[in-house]
Write a protein that binds this ligand. Structure first.
Ligand code: NAG
Ligand code: NAG
Length: 253
């Protein structure tokens, strides 16, 4: 009888521990190590998707073989117990760009989603060029933090702009957008093709206020459109960098 409440207590303290920044940092580093090792490491993943298709973590495309990582960046969401890792592997065979959201339940991985492009798969995909753009960015912790609500609001307005062109998204000049081989600057919101009724659905956020960075996974143009990973660096309420990894699931985006 005594063991029951004790177990609950242990579970509760684990859940809190996993959402601690230091713990999430360690978890993100274990993920990067698993990508490098290629066997899935010791990670135990309950639900896994690749380009929004259900897949098996250890036998899917991305985590079944060692990946030669060129650059990686992790963000930590202590409110949602989640991380987002962005990886370039321009020297890998095949070259890849990878975005992975991981959602923790205590110290267990409840759900992992990976969107990846290669030199042959994805919109404007070009891992070598993407890598070159990513490594030039500056992304330290921010002195003045925006709230979660502000950060998510800016990202929502970016995607709402696809169906309502009059929406203005605050941004720096320059603000840079990287979409594979495409580099859009000094206005990173330039070229958004607005059309009434365009759908940007099933938005899943990972938000790190310390570095003003938001990861969003969504169906670009609705279910069956493109599996989409976008990330945004926001400073002082304005966009600074935008990244996109987009994989059309039916040949068009
Ligand atoms: C489009 O956005 C503008 C500016 O935010 C807003 O005033 C307007 O109501 C929006 N239109 C529609 C159809 O949602
Ligand atoms: C369009 C496309 O190639 N999508 C792929 C995304 O990844 C999954 C799992 O590796 C593949 O099954 C899809 O074909």
């Amino acid at each position: 009888m005594l063991s029951f409440p004790l177990t609950l207590l242990a579970l509760a303290s684990q859940a809190l521990a996993a959402c601690d920044r230091a713990q999430l940092q360690k978890a993100a580093e274990s993920y990067i190590a698993a990508v490098t090792a290629g066997s899935g490491g010791t990670l135990d993943v309950a639900t896994y998707t690749e380009n929004f298709s259900n897949a098996k973590f250890k036998t899917g495309v991305v985590h079944s073989k060692p990946v030669k990582i060129g650059f990686s960046n992790n963000i930590l969401d202590t409110t949602n117990c989640a991380t987002f890792s962005e990886i370039t592997a321009p020297q890998n065979s095949p070259p890849m760009v990878i975005g992975t959201q991981i959602h923790y339940d205590g110290d267990k991985i409840a759900k992992m989603e990976t969107v990846y492009s290669t030199d042959k798969l994805g919109t404007f995909s070009n891992p070598a060029k993407t890598h070159g753009y990513f490594v030039k960015e500056t992304r330290g912790p921010l002195a003045k933090k925006d709230s979660r609500k502000t950060l998510q609001g800016i990202v929502d307005s970016y995607f709402d702009k696809f169906s309502n062109g009059t929406i203005q998204v605050p941004h720096f000049t320059p603000c840079d957008r990287v979409e594979g081989s495409m580099y859009v600057t000094p206005d990173c919101t330039a070229g958004i093709m607005s059309r009434a009724g365009r759908k940007m659905t099933d938005r899943r956020f990972v938000i790190d206020e310390d570095v003003g960075t938001v990861s969003i996974f969504l169906w670009f143009n609705g279910p069956g459109g493109s599996a989409d990973s976008h990330s945004f660096r926001i400073e002082d309420g304005k966009l600074k960098y935008v990244h996109a990894i987009m994989v059309p699931t039916n040949g068009k985006f």
